[in-house]
Design a protein around this ligand. Structure first.
Ligand code: 0L1
Ligand code: MG
Length: 263
């Protein structure tokens, strides 16, 4: 159940989208709307999506956030959150990311699943996800909270499209059945130094759980994951702050690497 009026949802969506497009941080929206609910937060996110689509922006995928057990425990969450990927967020593997277009970006190593049949909740489990997966490939997410000092609570993050800002997909694709997704090792290097390491199980114990959660959460709004959807599962490593001039390279066990540079 939401507590905000349609007009408030539209105003907050515009406010957060302006912050994103102008790369200007703003105060957490829950400071002004302390009683807003998770439904309100998703109403705002879907309104931002509608605004972008109405201007011709294509939605090219979905992302999951707050998927680590540590984050879930620390924030007292029941489930991870989701966001959408806008076409302009896609950066080619090895490409340049304009730091000035962002506020305080961080990079995190992720995996992406691409579906081959629709996934419609409720009741979707890991097995359903694996059966519906066309292939898995490496992806690096650049998150950029629009909130000052990355200060957030879960509803503020959801409204702010789960801090989605840029992503780089690359490396090599593989069939899910050919991968040991829980043990899949990842090494994140920034400027040639290893700064984070992780394994697939960091994502809700198994990366496919994250996709199941997306399908089940979308079902609450009468939505599904269409066939052919690119979905980033959530962070395998802790997010690392990056500055202009930094370059990253993420090595994925058996799946090659993904790199990029902040210019
Ligand atoms: O991808 C994510 O896990 C996004 C979570 C947002 C948290 C943040 O803004 O720091
Ligand atoms: Mg992420």
């Amino acid at each position: 159940m939401g507590s905000l009026s349609k007009q408030q949802v539209e105003e907050i969506a515009q406010h957060l989208e302006n912050a994103e497009l102008q790369a200007q941080s703003v105060a957490r929206i829950t400071d002004d709307y302390p009683n807003m609910t998770c439904d309100d937060a998703y109403d705002i996110q879907w309104e931002i999506r509608r605004l972008k689509s109405s201007r011709g922006t294509k939605i090219v995928g979905m992302k999951m956030g707050l998927t680590s057990r540590a984050e879930i425990a620390e924030m007292g969450l029941e489930k991870p959150c989701y966001g959408f990927l806008a076409d302009y967020a896609a950066i080619p593997d090895g490409g340049d990311i304009k730091h000035d277009e962002l506020i305080h970006p961080k990079v995190e190593a992720e995996l992406a699943f691409v579906t081959k049949v629709p996934l419609k909740g409720p009741g979707i489990n890991i097995g359903d996800v694996l059966r519906a997966t066309d292939f898995v490939m490496p992806a690096v997410e650049v998150i950029d909270s629009r909130y000052r000092d990355f200060s957030f609570d879960v509803n503020s993050v959801i409204a702010d499209n789960a801090s989605s800002s840029r992503f780089v997909a690359g490396g090599a694709m593989a069939k899910a059945e050919d991968l040991d997704l829980k043990n899949l090792g990842v090494v994140l290097e920034v400027n040639g130094n290893v700064v984070q390491i992780g394994a697939g199980a960091e994502v809700l114990g198994h990366p496919a759980s994250s996709i199941a959660s997306l399908a089940n959460q979308l079902a609450e709004r009468g939505e599904e994951i269409p066939a052919g959807t690119f979905i980033m599962v959530g962070a395998i490593t802790t997010a690392v702050s990056v500055k202009k001039g930094d370059h990253f390279n993420v090595r994925y066990q058996g799946l090659g690497s993904v790199s990029g540079r902040f210019v």
